[in-house]
Design a protein around this ligand. Structure first.
Ligand code: NAD
Ligand code: TYD
Length: 355
């Protein structure tokens, strides 16, 4: 029985990972540590909440006492660090919390794991590993050609991606300095169930259903490389089990789409399946995001060749599954977007000029 300390397991990808692991294996124990910020929601986990192999602990990854206690009280084999502030727009208006959680929180997790796992000078309990869940955004932006590879230099532009790149450098430093057993995964944009509706796909879905404006930043020709969240979970599982210590693995499925294509796809889906009166007239091109990266594109060759990973869900299948999930779970959307989120949304979009 392996014990995983998963941080941020009440967020979008973390909750999908916890559900994925508990559905796939009977012999894993998951301890989910989450601060439950606006982005964390225990409703995401209600299908597995009573699983005997699952424990939830509300704590901040920056809290040394709380995290050390977890290591003292449990024989932890793996750490999977999802916990982060994850929204680029929020990082532009409030960068400090991104440094606190994404950088300081990662260093605290590394320190606590190192203290708990040390058995001698630069030697650790057998078989343990720390996996940092990172992002392709640390590589910066691409022109029309080329892909991000693991050796592409880090060149982050937003406060979010800068904080994630800083965290990656600390993970690398622990590997280089202390021979600490780590892996880093850098994945492209995820989509799927439980994504907080401030991100592009659920936001556009929710607004279209309500006949609200669809804010498209700038010309909408920015490109993201979309991966169905379950394929990301599968990659993380494989890297924990078989990834070579100290290595970085890029994760992506060659599913590049412009933002405007995504928005039009969602409108079309709703038009065909829910409400024939919606149309592209809802699209509003608004002031572009500051420092907006133009294109992301992952080269996943390394993880494919080394670990045999491949994406199982095509974009066409994944997007329909995702949009159907949101339609079937509109009460979830209402619950997570009530209260403080409304104020954020009004503030965020009232300042945006139509262009
Ligand atoms: P999310 O915002 O949906 O979830 C983040 C979770 O972390 C929430 O449950 C939140 O409560 C928790 N959290 C925040 N601060 C915390 C703290 N100080 N202590 C403990 N818990 C805290 O994010 P997500 O989209 O699920 O992303 C998860 C990870 O994957 C992040 O590290 C992100 O950088 C990375 N990532 C995301 C994407 C994507 O497309 N969403 C792509 C690649 C990598
Ligand atoms: P987002 O979902 O915030 O992910 P990321 O910034 O991490 O890629 O945004 C995806 C793309 O969609 C990005 O290019 C910004 C754009 N976008 C809009 O055009 N309008 C919106 O309202 C949002 C939230 C994003």
């Amino acid at each position: 029985m392996k014990t995983y300390l998963v941080t941020g397991g009440a967020g979008f990808i973390g909750s999908n990972f916890v559900i994925y692991m508990l559905s796939k294996y009977n012999d894993v124990k998951i301890i989910n540590v989450d601060k439950l910020t606006y982005a964390g929601n225990l409703e995401n986990l209600k299908t597995i909440a009573n699983n005997p192999n699952y424990v939830f602990v509300q704590a901040d990854i920056c809290d040394k006492e709380a995290i050390s206690k977890l290591f003292k009280e449990n024989e932890i084999d793996y750490v999977v660090n999802f916990a982060a502030e994850s929204h680029v727009d929020r990082s532009i208006s409030n960068p400090e919390i991104f440094v606190q959680t994404n950088v300081m929180g990662t260093v605290n997790m590394l320190q606590c794991a190192k203290e708990a796992w040390t058995v001698g000078d630069d030697t650790y309990k057998k078989g343990v590993k720390y996996l940092q869940v990172s992002t392709d955004e640390v590589y910066g932006t691409l022109g029309a050609e080329g892909y991000f590879m693991e050796m592409t230099p880090l060149d982050p532009h937003s406060p979010y991606s800068s904080s994630k790149a800083s965290a990656d450098l600390f993970v690398q430093a622990f590997s280089d300095t202390y021979k600490f057993p780590v892996n880093i995964t850098r994945c492209s944009n995820n989509y799927g169930p439980y994504q907080f509706p401030e991100k592009l796909i659920p936001l556009i879905m929710n607004n279209t259903l309500k006949h609200k404006d669809l804010p498209v930043y700038g010309d909408g020709m920015q490109i993201r490389d979309w991966l169905y969240v379950e394929d990301h979970c599968k990659a993380i599982d494989m890297v924990i089990r078989d990834g070579v210590l100290g290595e970085v693995y890029n994760v992506g499925g060659h599913n590049e789409r412009t933002n405007i294509f995504i928005v039009k796809t969602i409108i079309q889906y709703i038009k065909e399946n829910v409400d024939s009166t919606v149309s592209e007239h809802l699209i509003k091109h608004v002031t572009d995001r500051k420092g907006h990266d133009r294109r992301y594109g992952i080269d996943p060759q390394k993880i494919k060749e080394a670990l045999g990973w491949y994406p199982e869900t095509s974009f066409e299948v994944g997007i329909r599954k995702t949009l159907k999930w949101y339609l079937d779970n509109m009460d979830w959307v209402e619950n997570v977007t009530s209260g403080a989120y409304q104020n954020y949304y009004e503030k965020m979009y009232s300042g945006k000029q139509e262009i």
